[in-house]
Ligand binder design. Structure first.
Ligand SMILES: O=c1ccn([C@@H]2O[C@H](COP(=O)(O)OP(=O)(O)O[C@H]3O[C@H](CO)[C@@H](O)[C@H](O)[C@H]3O)[C@@H](O)[C@H]2O)c(=O)[nH]1
Ligand SMILES: [Mn+2]
Length: 454
């Protein structure tokens, strides 16, 4: 595939060559899989030939209808087989070399990273968990002044806001000591005492103002709760994803989207994503996003519902990666902001220049003009008469906005990459009872039908 370096390139990497950022190895099962597919297609063709012959020579109406019904059933089974086997035509495995990133680019030249965390219901998604997710990404080993964290609270909960105000204070004490903890569980077992209080302030940490107890700067931390109105469509998570506050405030070229029930398990994950995002060959190959698998913790051995969805979240993406088209899974995904603004050759102007990719957000995020503008963008009428949700941004019209948006980007000839490091980059919560499992699957199936009929 164009732009991808094979494993052999490791051997030829000399001192003068650019540092090796990643390798790609096709699966050893590719050839047997293809031979199997060829044999299977021959058998299916013979079966169809026989069906057609029988239909043409049937003498009674009953035999005609029976053979026709069998033929239609076999057609459906063949379609299912073709769609399942396409994942096995070219599975590939990737490896990144994040340790080479600093040889490739000075840390001061690393791109900005806007991290977007979503929450809706403080009772179903306890604020301590959402706070833990935010703290886990604040601890990224990435230049702090390049990171901005935005928390989107669709529940507009005072409790969540207060939890984040406490978290902002806690971060100043905790982040300097993060590196001393070896225990990977540390991210999810931090007790934070929460009491109810309502304060209407959005910027909780400002990198130009706030320091940790050792004097180092802290990343920006911004709480966003978009306006809702009975007369404007709400569009669920896709609507939250399209809140352009982050573009107006920091406008980083890379966005990481993260569900509140999924925390970072490896502080070096951004470097892994940079191995692809900064590679000129991948940029030329129209890279839109780098997706990490959804992996879960806390599932016990008697978990019988298959909530982990290993095929969906881990096995199928290997197959799709070989075809340059792994799906967007909604969380744990680094996206080029440019990919959300039209196809690779045509930039669709996003109405106001402050949220176009070329805009450099120089003003401090607490400047009154920036805050006022951010409020306007979080308003529910901003999108009226614009192309947000149809041609630009995350796409509306399906409950599985992640799959739908990724699919539409791929239709626009953007490409994607699946990155599956040995140490899980993110760990999340899967439904652990049958009712939640059914609810989630029902939502997904309806969303897929909406996407198919759009
Ligand atoms: O109106 C809404 C509804 C949901 N969310 C957030 O979206 C995320 C995902 O919702 P969840 O209820 O956890 O759905 P899951 O089925 O667990 O999520 C999977 O499926 C969703 C699509 O249905 C994707 O958006 C997710 O990324 C993917 O992990 C959570 O952080 C929610 O807080 C919002 O921000 N606004
Ligand atoms: Mn979830």
């Amino acid at each position: 595939m164009e732009g991808q370096r094979s494993r052999e390139s490791t051997a030829t990497n000399s001192d003068h060559a650019p540092p090796l950022l990643h390798t790609l190895t096709p699966s050893r099962r590719t050839v047997p899989n293809r031979v199997f597919a060829a044999v299977y297609i021959c058998v299916i063709t013979a079966l169809f030939y026989r069906h057609v012959q029988t239909i043409l020579h049937s003498t009674t109406l009953i035999s005609f209808s029976l053979t026709l019904a069998l033929f239609v059933s076999d057609l459906i089974l063949a379609f299912l087989w073709v769609s399942a086997h396409s994942f096995r035509v070219r599975p590939v495995y990737r490896k990144e070399y994040p340790e080479n990133i600093e040889k490739f680019l000075e840390p001061s030249d690393f791109p900005g990273l806007d991290i977007f965390i979503f929450t809706t219901d403080p009772y179903l998604e306890p604020p301590t968990r959402v706070v833990n997710t935010a703290l886990s990404v604040m601890a990224y080993e990435y230049p702090t002044d390049k990171i901005s964290i935005y928390v989107s609270d669709d529940g507009g909960s005072a409790l969540s806001l207060f939890a984040f105000m406490e978290a902002a204070k806690f971060a100043a004490h905790w982040l300097p000591f993060f590196e001393f903890f070896d225990d990977p569980d540390i991210n999810r077992c931090m007790p934070i005492d929460i009491t109810m209080l309502f304060v209407n302030d959005q910027v909780l940490l400002n990198k130009n103002r706030d320091r940790d107890i050792t004097g180092h700067c802290l990343p920006n931390l911004v709480y966003v709760s978009r306006q809702k109105s009975p007369t404007s469509p709400y569009n669920f998570k896709a609507g939250a994803l399209n809140v352009r506050v982050l573009a107006a405030m920091t406008n980083a070229p890379i966005i990481l989207t993260l569900d509140c029930d999924m925390y970072s398990n490896d502080p070096r994950t951004p470097f892994r994503a940079l191995c692809y995002v900064l590679d000129p060959a991948e940029i030329q190959n129209r890279l839109a996003f780098v997706q990490f698998p959804q992996q879960f913790h806390g599932l016990n051995e008697s978990e019988i519902h298959g909530s982990e969805h290993r095929r969906l979240f881990k096995l199928n993406p290997f197959g799709l990666d070989g075809l340059s088209e792994p799906n967007y899974l909604g969380t744990g995904c680094f996206i080029h902001r440019r990919a959300l603004l039209g196809d690779p050759s045509t930039l669709v102007p996003p109405v106001i220049k402050e949220i176009s990719p070329a805009h450099i957000a120089n003003n401090p995020i607490t400047a009154p003009s920036v805050l006022e503008f951010a409020h306007r963008l979080a308003g529910c009428h901003y999108e009226n008469q614009t192309e947000w949700g149809s041609k630009i941004g995350f796409r509306y019209g399906s409950l599985v906005e992640d799959f739908f948006t990724g699919f539409r980007l791929q239709c626009e000839e953007w490409r994607s990459i699946f990155c599956n490091p040995e140490k899980a980059a993110f760990l999340g919560n899967a439904p652990i009872n049958f009712r939640d499992f059914l609810g989630q699957n029902k939502r997904w199936q309806i969303g897929l039908l909406e996407a198919a009929s759009s």
